[in-house]
Design a protein around this ligand. Structure first.
Ligand code: EPU
Length: 419
């Protein structure tokens, strides 16, 4: 397994290009199951989770090809299996996103139940409740969700909790249902909107994307399309925090500042100067040390849980004390123990971390535990004294395209070595 070695101390400078959003690409790949003619997906990020999803679709019999521009063409007419095996779902929970499309179009699906996960228990009960309300027959047998349905029917659904992939699964299922489905307390994340836009371009009738009420009128079939995935707001935010921590000045291109308001406002509070256009963001720190910030995570448009670990790392080296409350997942402070090994002063009480910045973090051998926790360790390594080694970086490869290349382009001393 590869590891990253980061020599701390370089101030990040320069420009990089942001990739397509992982959490939009995953549901959009699942949505290709709904189309009767081929779908082309552009701006696809080159990530491990994308490869896993393509493998999953390929095993079902779909034909997938990648052209020289890295656009992915998917033809679902060759499907022969309606099955998502444990070995793939275990490595990527988002595989559950095939359940809604398979049921809606083919009336059957056997999908492994995702197990526990490093950031919390993450059940899928709301996905299942919604599909059952739409008339699906569901049972759990041998660790698998076995689902069948004739034609799903449109219903009025109230989601007990705001769930991103839950909203996506049910929205996809509803596109081919008989009648109108209303999803209330729906997730408003930009990735949900991107999926809705892609489905609309396939012929779906969806209103209200980006609000908490989605109205989906089922149609008889969806057709192929060509769709470009929106930029990754979490990748964008991660590089901005990296720049702020190192006192750097960077420009990120091919991104969308409007998707990051909560994050940009916290970076400004930390002392960064931010300017932006429609598709770029520039952050200037001019060598200053950031100030600690307090925040609590919540569904969009609140502060994203996927940026919590990175801000924990920022607070660990910032001036002052910041209080971070994680209210989306119950166990998303795995990075704290590792940051403490670098000398960070962090006290965790329940779902709150109280972080008092130290003037200098120190390098240590570190172990990545989940995707965003791993990113926070890389950020800490960028400012630590000495060389930091981050192991188990397959977590990072799930969600950050060539992180060492992008950071090197900004002047970081970082390299990947086979462990
Ligand atoms: N929840 C339930 N029951 C359900 C579904 C969710 O209790 O049926 C709970 C979860 O346990 C959690 C909360 O609801 O406490 C919100 O979870 P959500 O369902 O929104 O999370 P998700 O859809 O599994 C997506 C992203 C995550 C991101 C979260 C929150 C994808 C593929 N994953 O997960 O991304 O953290 O939304 O924004 O879109 C990441 O990229 O690193 C990542 C973990």
């Amino acid at each position: 397994m590869d590891k990253l070695i980061i020599q701390g101390g370089a101030r990040l400078q320069g420009e990089i290009r942001i990739s397509g959003a992982k959490n939009a690409a995953l549901p959009i790949l699942a949505a290709t199951l709904l189309a009767t003619s081929p779908v082309t997906v552009c701006n696809m990020p080159h990530l491990h989770d994308i490869t896993t999803t393509m493998e999953l679709l390929g095993r079902m019999g779909l034909e997938l090809t990648v052209d020289e521009k890295m656009n992915v063409h998917v033809d679902s007419s060759t499907i022969r299996e309606f099955f998502a095996p444990y070995e793939l779902v275990r490595t990527m929970r988002a595989s559950i996103l095939v359940l809604g499309p398979l049921l809606a179009r083919f009336g059957r699906a056997d999908v492994s139940l995702p197990g526990g996960c490093a950031i919390g228990s993450r059940p899928v009960n709301l996905h299942l409740q919604g599909l059952a309300a739409m008339g699906a027959d569901l049972s759990v047998d041998g660790g698998y969700i076995r689902a069948t349905a004739k034609r799903l029917k449109g219903v009025d659904l109230w989601m007990d909790l705001v769930t991103v992939t839950g909203t996506e699964n049910l929205m996809m299922a509803a596109t081919l249902a008989d009648g109108v489905t209303v999803i209330r307390n729906a997730a408003r994340e930009p990735e949900v909107v991107d999926l809705a836009n892609c489905l609309i371009s396939m012929g779906a009738r969806i209103e209200g994307a980006g609000t908490d009420t989605l109205r989906i009128e089922g149609v008889d079939e969806l057709h192929g399309t060509t769709y470009e995935i929106l930029p990754d707001r979490i990748e964008t935010g991660t590089y901005l925090v990296a720049a702020a921590m190192t006192g750097g000045n960077v420009k990120l291109k091919n991104t969308r500042p409007a998707l990051l308001e909560a994050v940009l406002s916290k970076l400004t509070e930390a002392g960064a100067q931010i300017t932006s256009g429609d598709s770029w963001i520039e952050l200037k720190m001019d060598g200053r040390r950031p100030r600690a910030v307090s925040l609590h995570t919540s569904p969009y448009p609140g502060f994203p849980t996927d940026m919590q670990a990175q801000f924990t790392a920022l607070n660990a080296m910032a001036e002052g004390t910041g209080v971070i409350t994680e209210s989306v997942f119950e166990n998303r402070f795995m990075h704290v123990l590792e940051l403490q090994r670098m000398g960070a002063q962090i006290k965790v009480e329940g779902n709150t971390a109280i972080i008092t910045g130290v003037p200098q973090l120190k390098s240590a051998p570190l172990m990545a535990t989940d995707l965003r926790a791993s990113a926070s360790l890389v950020l800490a390594g960028l400012v630590a004294e000495g060389a930091t080694e981050v192991e188990r970086i397959y977590h990072i490869d799930r969600g950050y395209e060539t992180i060492e290349e992008k950071l090197s382009n900004l002047g970081a001393q970082i390299r990947r070595v086979p462990a």
